[in-house]
Design a protein around this ligand. Sequence first.
Ligand code: DX5
Ligand code: ZN
Length: 238
Amino acid sequence: MIRILRKHVPCSKEFLGKSKMKRRKVLIGASILSTDFMDIKNTIKKINESDLDFIHFDIMDGVFVPNISYGPHFVECVRKHSSKIFDVHLMIKNPLPYIKNFVDVGADIITIHCESDNVLKSLKLIKKLNVKSGIVLNPKTSFKKIKKYLPFVDVVMVMTVEPGFGGQKFMDNQITKIEKISSLISEQNKKILLEVDGGINFDTAKKVIDVGANVLVVGSFLFSQKNIKDTIKTLHIL
Ligand code: DX5
Ligand code: ZN
């Protein structure tokens, strides 16, 4: 079971192992990448009113991935309207110079790719700035590549689509990798969260939870549903 802070204060840096926590089997984060940014206030209002655990921000530089999304100013604007946990996923070739910017605008978790530059330096900086750190693997990357980073992370995130775009189909061939990483975490550091990002819906959520995932990012599927609250409720008890 995972413990999370229910009444999260903006920019609070704690979300695990503190008092006033509600226990959960899985944490659910909303990826707002594919939503209508002209309607962002309304989207955030719906998220705030739901039992969602965090908001997932996809930061794309057009180099590491073939798409450009948004930067720290957007995160800062959303922070003014939400006290949820902010999970910032950096799809940036060299994340190092941008980490402080995202911490300053309210990131609670920052995840960087193991395929990017300055990985260890970036993870150390995230920790130094008192934010939860995470390492992400692309679908083609072997689980072995993250072993050396485990002592420096709070989260391992497995991509179940090629990063760059929302709304893609879940890659079933990542299931074995999730299972292997889950065993690795149990052997080495049980406190690390195992997050899955891409193509999550009720079916795929069940598949990844069954092999050990405990944090799910949900984008297109969530926002295509009539009732976000009910969808989250269902995901929480899968
Ligand atoms: C892909 C992003 C994901 C994605 C999730 O590069 O990292 O967060 O937007 O959205 P869905 O659920 O639509 O795959
Ligand atoms: Zn993401």
